[in-house]
Design a protein around this ligand. Structure first.
Ligand SMILES: Nc1nc2c(c(=O)[nH]1)N[C@H]1C(S)=C(S)[C@@H](COP(=O)(O)O)O[C@H]1N2
Ligand SMILES: [Mo]
Length: 419
């Protein structure tokens, strides 16, 4: 459905899914420093393009939607959503042992026994345990983020502990409302260790009920979804209804079908937002774009313009020997977008200074950054613009994980003409 990556060079207006496929090989970039966003004033030829950039945080309605289901659960009428537990008043969550590979729990939370967790119960956990953090939502198979938001929830471990698990618990899997049709089930899973503890400063896996300070809307998976900070979209199950604690020792995600690598955290990569258009010979060319900051961070965004039809050595499929030039990674915006109440990032958002509301590090990991470049003027003709990231380990895109089914990471090529 959305596994759509037609391989051709994009021309003219932005169509975010049109990207050029890359093939596997090795790229090595060394001697790179950590990212530094530049605060120096932008050249006049670039300032207008930067002003026109998309907002940093997306309002809920601006997220792209790739939901499955027939009908998609968010398209149900409010009355019907009430009947199936998809409103805050009617929501219930089963937290049970897997009958196939049981974990030993002292108690289960289940609709059957009248002990399921309801929204009021979730809100009791909120009082003590709520967390908020920024995260980019990206589909493993799509070359652009679906949206960037501040997600709020309760750590999934707080819900898990309500069952008082004792032993034989190795994995947690979870799924949402799927029209009561087993064929429509969408399930994801995590090792229990990731749920119980947050490695390397990551935020927790959460049972999420708010986005950008507002209740999570039905389209975004409301009333409640899972959000896994470092994961691609498919681990972030929407319309959450069941958490199953299991002694199963390996992943059983629905996304394994479709040949996806379900153990692959977010990669670092970039693309153009404003492509060159209407360019006159000799005139400097403003270009803007976004970069996804994956687990390896972001050190640079670079661009390279090549005459159309020019050949490139077949032994360098990732263009590592091309004369790449650094673009600017833009500093934190003064207007965050996101339609936040009072125009401020919600208080106590992880990664933001509680006093000033400014980010503590930049660019923020597992988030998005914008970039801009003013390319030197060219003579009349046809060209291809490419862009790539270099991560904080010095690895240039699409390395170190170039494979298609562990997350989209191809070097984008955009055709344009001067004349
Ligand atoms: N219940 C359910 N949750 C789901 C899906 C789904 O089809 N059903 N799609 C997943 C996939 S593949 C992605 S990329 C994200 C997209 O999240 P978004 O629609 O909020 O942007 O939702 C995930 N959660
Ligand atoms: Mo996805």
């Amino acid at each position: 459905m959305h596994d759509d990556t037609r391989p051709h060079i994009r021309t003219g207006k932005l169509s975010r899914r049109d990207l050029v496929p890359a093939v596997a090989a090795l790229a090595a970039v060394s001697g790179l420093q950590a990212a530094e966003a530049e605060d120096a004033p932008l050249p006049p030829g670039l300032a207008a393009s930067v002003r026109d950039l998309e907002p940093y945080f997306f309002p809920q309605g601006r997220f792209q939607d790739v939901s499955r289901g027939n009908p998609v659960p968010h398209s149900l009428s409010e009355a019907r959503r009430g009947e199936v537990g998809l409103t805050r008043d009617t929501w219930k969550l089963d937290v049970v042992s897997d009958p196939e590979q049981p974990a030993r729990l002292e108690r289960e939370l289940s609709r059957k026994d009248g002990t399921a967790l309801d929204f009021a119960g979730l809100m009791r956990l909120v009082e003590k345990h709520a967390v908020r953090f920024p995260k980019v939502m990206t589909c493993l198979n799509i070359g652009c983020p679906l949206g960037m938001g501040i997600w709020e929830g309760v750590p999934l471990r707080e819900v898990l502990w309500l069952t008082r698990p004792r032993e034989n618990l190795r994995r947690v899997f979870y799924y949402g409302y799927h029209n009561d049709d087993p064929k429509q089930l969408f399930r994801s899973s995590l090792p229990v260790g990731r749920v119980l503890e947050d490695p390397f400063g990551l935020p927790p896996v959460i049972v999420c009920y708010k986005l950008n300070g507002e209740w999570l809307d039905p389209k975004r998976g409301g009333p409640v979804r899972i959000v896994v900070p470092e994961a691609y979209g498919f681990k972030n199950v929407k319309w959450l209804s069941h958490v199953v604690l299991t002694n199963l020792a390996y992943a059983n995600d629905t996304y394994i079908g479709g040949n996806n690598d379900v153990d692959s955290p977010l990669k670092t990569f970039c693309a153009v937002l404003q492509a060159p258009g209407g360019v006159k010979p000799g005139a400097a060319i403003p270009v803007t774009g976004w970069a996804q900051v994956g687990i390896a961070g972001l050190s640079k965004v670079q661009t390279w313009v090549q005459p159309a039809g020019a050949m490139w050595p077949a032994d360098d499929p990732y263009y590592t020997r091309a004369p790449w030039a650094d673009a600017r990674i833009l500093p934190p915006p003064s207007d965050w977008g996101g339609e936040f109440a009072g125009g401020r990032v919600p208080p106590q958002t992880q990664g933001f200074d509680p006093g000033t509301g400014r980010p503590l590090t930049w660019p923020m990991r597992l988030s998005k950054a914008h970039w801009a470049a003013l390319l030197p003027g060219l003579s009349a003709g046809n060209y291809v613009l490419r862009c790539r990231t270099v991560d904080a380990n010095g690895q240039a895109q699409p390395m170190p994980r170039p494979f298609r089914k562990s997350g989209f990471v191809e070097i984008q090529a955009t055709a344009f003409s001067v004349g």
